[in-house]
Design a protein. Structure first.
Length: 202
Protein backbone atom coordinates (compact mmCIF):
# COMPACT_ATOMS: atom_id res chain seq x y z
CA UNK A 1 0.00 0.00 0.00
CA UNK A 2 1.59 3.35 -1.04
CA UNK A 3 1.95 6.12 1.54
CA UNK A 4 1.31 9.82 0.91
CA UNK A 5 4.69 10.09 -0.85
CA UNK A 6 3.89 7.26 -3.25
CA UNK A 7 6.31 4.82 -1.60
CA UNK A 8 5.14 1.27 -0.92
CA UNK A 9 4.26 0.92 2.76
CA UNK A 10 5.04 -2.45 4.29
CA UNK A 11 3.13 -4.05 7.14
CA UNK A 12 4.92 -6.43 9.49
CA UNK A 13 3.17 -8.65 12.04
CA UNK A 14 5.38 -9.91 14.88
CA UNK A 15 4.07 -13.12 16.42
CA UNK A 16 5.66 -14.11 19.73
CA UNK A 17 4.92 -15.59 23.13
CA UNK A 18 4.81 -13.08 25.94
CA UNK A 19 6.38 -15.54 28.37
CA UNK A 20 9.35 -16.22 26.10
CA UNK A 21 12.07 -13.52 26.17
CA UNK A 22 9.74 -10.54 25.59
CA UNK A 23 12.55 -8.01 26.13
CA UNK A 24 14.58 -9.57 23.34
CA UNK A 25 11.52 -9.60 21.07
CA UNK A 26 10.99 -5.89 21.77
CA UNK A 27 14.56 -5.30 20.63
CA UNK A 28 13.74 -7.04 17.36
CA UNK A 29 10.55 -5.01 17.04
CA UNK A 30 12.56 -1.80 17.45
CA UNK A 31 14.73 -2.71 14.46
CA UNK A 32 11.71 -3.41 12.26
CA UNK A 33 10.13 -0.15 13.43
CA UNK A 34 13.36 1.67 12.55
CA UNK A 35 13.25 0.26 9.00
CA UNK A 36 9.51 0.37 8.26
CA UNK A 37 8.13 2.88 10.76
CA UNK A 38 6.41 2.19 14.06
CA UNK A 39 2.93 2.34 12.53
CA UNK A 40 3.86 -0.43 10.08
CA UNK A 41 4.95 -2.96 12.72
CA UNK A 42 2.30 -4.79 14.72
CA UNK A 43 3.18 -6.18 18.15
CA UNK A 44 0.25 -6.81 20.42
CA UNK A 45 1.38 -5.06 23.63
CA UNK A 46 2.18 -1.86 21.74
CA UNK A 47 -0.46 -1.67 19.03
CA UNK A 48 -3.90 -2.79 20.23
CA UNK A 49 -6.10 0.20 21.18
CA UNK A 50 -7.88 0.15 24.55
CA UNK A 51 -11.31 -1.56 24.73
CA UNK A 52 -10.76 -3.32 21.39
CA UNK A 53 -11.95 -6.96 20.97
CA UNK A 54 -8.57 -8.69 21.15
CA UNK A 55 -9.17 -11.76 18.97
CA UNK A 56 -10.91 -9.88 16.15
CA UNK A 57 -8.23 -7.18 16.08
CA UNK A 58 -5.44 -9.77 15.94
CA UNK A 59 -7.06 -11.54 12.99
CA UNK A 60 -7.61 -8.27 11.14
CA UNK A 61 -3.95 -7.36 11.56
CA UNK A 62 -2.82 -10.73 10.21
CA UNK A 63 -5.08 -10.26 7.18
CA UNK A 64 -3.60 -6.83 6.50
CA UNK A 65 0.08 -7.71 7.00
CA UNK A 66 2.56 -8.37 4.20
CA UNK A 67 4.84 -10.67 6.21
CA UNK A 68 4.37 -12.45 9.54
CA UNK A 69 7.57 -12.73 11.57
CA UNK A 70 7.23 -15.73 13.89
CA UNK A 71 9.60 -15.41 16.86
CA UNK A 72 10.45 -18.85 18.27
CA UNK A 73 12.21 -18.79 21.63
CA UNK A 74 13.45 -21.55 23.96
CA UNK A 75 10.02 -21.79 25.64
CA UNK A 76 7.95 -21.70 22.46
CA UNK A 77 7.31 -25.45 22.19
CA UNK A 78 6.68 -25.95 25.92
CA UNK A 79 4.10 -23.16 25.91
CA UNK A 80 2.49 -24.61 22.78
CA UNK A 81 2.12 -28.01 24.49
CA UNK A 82 0.51 -26.38 27.50
CA UNK A 83 -1.98 -24.57 25.28
CA UNK A 84 -2.78 -27.76 23.37
CA UNK A 85 -3.73 -29.37 26.67
CA UNK A 86 -5.94 -26.41 27.60
CA UNK A 87 -8.43 -26.84 24.79
CA UNK A 88 -10.83 -24.28 26.24
CA UNK A 89 -8.20 -21.51 26.04
CA UNK A 90 -7.34 -20.15 22.58
CA UNK A 91 -3.65 -20.04 21.69
CA UNK A 92 -3.37 -16.74 19.85
CA UNK A 93 0.14 -17.48 18.59
CA UNK A 94 -1.16 -20.61 16.91
CA UNK A 95 -4.14 -18.66 15.56
CA UNK A 96 -1.86 -15.96 14.10
CA UNK A 97 0.46 -18.36 12.31
CA UNK A 98 -2.36 -20.65 11.16
CA UNK A 99 -4.29 -17.74 9.65
CA UNK A 100 -1.19 -16.34 7.92
CA UNK A 101 -0.51 -19.74 6.37
CA UNK A 102 -4.14 -20.10 5.24
CA UNK A 103 -3.99 -16.66 3.61
CA UNK A 104 -0.69 -17.54 1.88
CA UNK A 105 1.13 -14.76 3.71
CA UNK A 106 4.93 -15.12 3.78
CA UNK A 107 6.03 -16.41 7.19
CA UNK A 108 9.52 -15.59 8.49
CA UNK A 109 10.48 -17.90 11.39
CA UNK A 110 13.20 -16.37 13.60
CA UNK A 111 14.68 -18.64 16.27
CA UNK A 112 16.12 -16.65 19.18
CA UNK A 113 18.38 -17.51 22.11
CA UNK A 114 19.60 -20.74 20.46
CA UNK A 115 16.08 -22.14 20.19
CA UNK A 116 15.71 -24.82 17.48
CA UNK A 117 12.97 -24.99 14.90
CA UNK A 118 10.17 -27.27 16.09
CA UNK A 119 10.10 -30.85 14.93
CA UNK A 120 7.21 -31.58 12.54
CA UNK A 121 5.89 -34.40 14.71
CA UNK A 122 5.62 -31.98 17.67
CA UNK A 123 3.44 -29.49 15.81
CA UNK A 124 -0.29 -29.63 15.13
CA UNK A 125 -0.97 -30.20 11.45
CA UNK A 126 -2.15 -26.62 10.85
CA UNK A 127 1.27 -25.24 11.85
CA UNK A 128 3.49 -27.68 9.96
CA UNK A 129 3.50 -25.63 6.70
CA UNK A 130 5.52 -23.04 8.64
CA UNK A 131 8.44 -25.46 8.43
CA UNK A 132 8.50 -25.00 4.65
CA UNK A 133 10.13 -21.61 5.30
CA UNK A 134 13.85 -21.54 6.05
CA UNK A 135 14.44 -20.11 9.52
CA UNK A 136 16.84 -17.41 10.68
CA UNK A 137 18.66 -17.44 14.02
CA UNK A 138 19.33 -14.51 16.28
CA UNK A 139 21.16 -14.26 19.61
CA UNK A 140 22.71 -11.59 21.78
CA UNK A 141 26.37 -10.77 21.37
CA UNK A 142 28.65 -9.36 18.74
CA UNK A 143 26.87 -11.06 15.84
CA UNK A 144 23.49 -9.54 16.66
CA UNK A 145 23.90 -6.52 14.36
CA UNK A 146 25.02 -8.62 11.40
CA UNK A 147 22.22 -11.12 11.88
CA UNK A 148 19.41 -8.60 12.43
CA UNK A 149 20.47 -6.76 9.28
CA UNK A 150 20.44 -10.05 7.37
CA UNK A 151 16.92 -10.75 8.67
CA UNK A 152 15.69 -7.28 7.68
CA UNK A 153 17.15 -7.72 4.20
CA UNK A 154 15.54 -11.17 3.86
CA UNK A 155 12.13 -9.82 4.89
CA UNK A 156 12.49 -6.97 2.40
CA UNK A 157 13.35 -9.53 -0.28
CA UNK A 158 10.10 -11.33 0.54
CA UNK A 159 8.29 -8.03 0.09
CA UNK A 160 9.93 -7.48 -3.29
CA UNK A 161 9.00 -10.98 -4.44
CA UNK A 162 5.42 -10.36 -3.32
CA UNK A 163 5.33 -7.04 -5.18
CA UNK A 164 6.66 -8.71 -8.33
CA UNK A 165 4.07 -11.50 -8.07
CA UNK A 166 1.25 -8.97 -7.60
CA UNK A 167 2.54 -7.01 -10.60
CA UNK A 168 2.55 -10.12 -12.78
CA UNK A 169 -0.92 -11.09 -11.57
CA UNK A 170 -2.19 -7.60 -12.41
CA UNK A 171 -0.70 -7.77 -15.91
CA UNK A 172 -2.18 -11.22 -16.50
CA UNK A 173 -5.58 -10.04 -15.27
CA UNK A 174 -5.41 -7.02 -17.57
CA UNK A 175 -4.51 -9.25 -20.52
CA UNK A 176 -7.42 -11.58 -19.78
CA UNK A 177 -9.79 -8.63 -19.48
CA UNK A 178 -8.53 -7.25 -22.80
CA UNK A 179 -9.02 -10.61 -24.54
CA UNK A 180 -12.55 -10.88 -23.13
CA UNK A 181 -13.31 -7.36 -24.39
CA UNK A 182 -12.00 -8.23 -27.87
CA UNK A 183 -14.00 -11.46 -27.95
CA UNK A 184 -17.13 -9.62 -26.80
CA UNK A 185 -16.60 -6.96 -29.50
CA UNK A 186 -16.07 -9.58 -32.18
CA UNK A 187 -19.16 -11.49 -31.06
CA UNK A 188 -21.25 -8.32 -31.09
CA UNK A 189 -19.90 -7.38 -34.52
CA UNK A 190 -20.71 -10.85 -35.83
CA UNK A 191 -24.26 -10.65 -34.53
CA UNK A 192 -24.71 -7.22 -36.12
CA UNK A 193 -23.44 -8.54 -39.47
CA UNK A 194 -25.87 -11.46 -39.32
CA UNK A 195 -28.73 -9.09 -38.56
CA UNK A 196 -27.88 -6.86 -41.52
CA UNK A 197 -27.56 -9.82 -43.88
CA UNK A 198 -31.01 -11.25 -43.09
CA UNK A 199 -33.64 -10.69 -45.82
CA UNK A 200 -36.56 -8.51 -44.86
CA UNK A 201 -40.05 -9.72 -45.84
CA UNK A 202 -42.78 -7.11 -46.07
Amino acid sequence: MPDENGAVKRKIFISYRRADNPDFVERIRDWFAWKYGRDSVFMDFDTIPPFTPFADFIRDQVRECDVLVAIIGPEWMRLLRERLQQQDDEDYVRTEIKLALELKKPVAPVCIKQAPMPNPRDLPSDLRPMLDYNSAHLDSGRHFLDNINMILEAVEHQHERLDAWKGMAHVQTSEVDAMKAIEHHQEAAGQATQAVGKPRFL
